[in-house]
Write a protein that binds this ligand. Sequence first.
Ligand code: 5PN
Ligand code: ZN
Length: 242
Amino acid sequence: MTDTKVHLLDGGTLVIDGFHAFWNRGPAGEVRFPCYSVLIEHADGRYIFDTGYDFDHVMRVLPFEKPIQEKSQTLPGQLAKLGLKTGDINYVINSHYHFDHCGGNKYFGEACTLCHAKELEASGNCQPFEHLGYSDMSFAPALAAKRGLKLPPDPLLDMYTPKFETVTGDQEIAKGLWLFETPGHTAGHYSLLVELRNRRPMLFTADACYSKKNLDMMCISSFHLDPTASLASMKRLKALAE
Ligand code: 5PN
Ligand code: ZN
């Protein structure tokens, strides 16, 4: 049996304001941050955790986030560097369904799509202040239609009927692959822990903790459904990391 292997896939960058990255603290000003996906090669198959943003979507809906993404920074481009095709991915896991975490789901029509049950429900029925976050519904064309959102024409979507599997609670979804509930940023946010041979586990916190600085200051981001739950999740991540 081969050892589990992790690759970080570069999906380009976006800009948000410092007051959004560090809620009620800042300082204000442009913060350019990387968007990435995690490829996990596991004995049970290939998993992708989060799929980044779609450049055309951001230019259409949130151009003020100033996306910079070369063709080589799309998922097909990043996988090609490893000698892989999008069809080689067996499972897509989404930490949550904000546009900058699910924009590339549409490349993986063959894969099984996993998320928290509450996240799938929330993305189809979100709060008014969450509309920008949940603005890219291409990951679930049927839900988009239910929300009355018209998806722009895209040949990829013509043959895309995703298969969803939902999860609740903390779960070991495959040997050494753990999903931990970290709600607050969104209703059903999951963080991922990957156990590896001969080194410490890796913990991918997605938007439950933007950066080391957020963790050091115990400062959450300003994008959240529930700030109290966000802070509790960050405490949970700190404990897990320790
Ligand atoms: C990067 C980014 N920009 C805007 C929003 C938003 O409105 O909800 C989440 C989010 C983001 O992650
Ligand atoms: Zn988010």
